[in-house]
Ligand binder design. Structure first.
Ligand code: F6R
Length: 263
């Protein structure tokens, strides 16, 4: 794992977007794993700008999102399908037929989870999985005690997550769906590369536990320590509780793979 710390949330998101763009240029038929949430809005804005500027082609890319609320249809503006269309898909030249999300209205949720896993396999697996970390320590909606080998399934959300996401539902906790479909921790770890973006002081404690704490199902984000190719990008506020800071900064300043991203 490598941890790269940037001065602010904007610079952190820009670096994440530049990394995604570099992977897409190297492999135009990249299979991208995508996340939603506030942290990612800036990343998608940067990617859209790069596309609009003529420098980024999504025409052969495919995408798989991590999760979707149960009970919200794609037409519901609070659904993650709607979020993705708004923030990214409508702004770049990706083929909508190549963008995949779990269907939160599927009549048989287990069958929907099996279908999604099969679809990822058929696509050849995910090349690059983008991840945020929730205040409950989740990646995707893998709430505490999610098995580290879990696969795509439905999951009950914790009160911490319901509170974190209430803003999208007019601040009304009662309106936040209580369950979601999510890729499992094991599904996420199958991706060939992980890119984790974490910003803001509210995430400082959980980021330190995920990156430097013990690997535990209580913090599903700590499973990223098991992945052989994982990059974490954080802003100063989120990095405030990390102990290995000096070494992380040294890596960014000195390792050749980061040379193109240092300015
Ligand atoms: C969303 C997702 C979640 C978020 C996490 C952080 O698809 O998978 O794990 O990445 O909850 O959300 P924000 O960025 O809103 O703090």
């Amino acid at each position: 794992m490598e941890v790269i710390i940037q001065p602010d949330a904007d610079r952190a998101a820009t670096l994440a977007a530049r990394l995604i763009a570099a992977r897409l240029r190297d492999k135009p038929d990249l299979v991208l794993g995508l996340a939603t949430g506030r942290t990612m809005e800036r990343v998608y804005a940067r990617l859209a700008e790069m596309h609009e500027g003529g420098g980024l082609d999504f025409s052969r890319a495919q995408s798989f999102n991590l999760d979707e609320y149960i009970g919200l249809s794609a037409r519901d503006e609070r659904s993650y399908r709607h979020y993705m269309n708004r923030h990214l898909f409508a702004r770049v030249n990706i083929d909508l037929a190549h963008t995949h999300l779990l269907d939160g209205t599927a009549p048989d949720l287990k069958a929907e989870a099996v279908r999604y896993e099969a679809l990822i396999r058929t696509a050849g697996g995910i090349d690059l999985q983008l991840l945020g970390i929730g205040e409950a320590g989740h990646i995707g909606f893998n709430e505490p005690l999610s098995a580290l080998m879990s696969r795509t399934r439905d999951k009950a959300l914790t009160p911490t997550t319901l509170k974190q996401n209430a803003a999208m539902f007019g601040g009304d906790l009662e309106k936040v769906p209580k369950r979601a479909l999510t890729m499992g921790v094991g599904t996420i770890l199958d991706a060939r590369e992980l890119l984790v973006l974490v910003t803001g002081a509210a995430k400082a404690e959980i980021l330190a536990r995920a990156v430097e704490g013990p690997i535990t199902a209580m913090v599903s984000a700590s499973a990223i320590q098991l992945h052989p190719s994982c990059k974490v990008i954080a802003d100063e506020d989120a990095a405030g509780r990390l102990r290995g800071r000096d070494y992380y900064d040294w890596i960014f300043r000195n390792e050749p793979e980061w040379a193109a991203f240092r300015d």
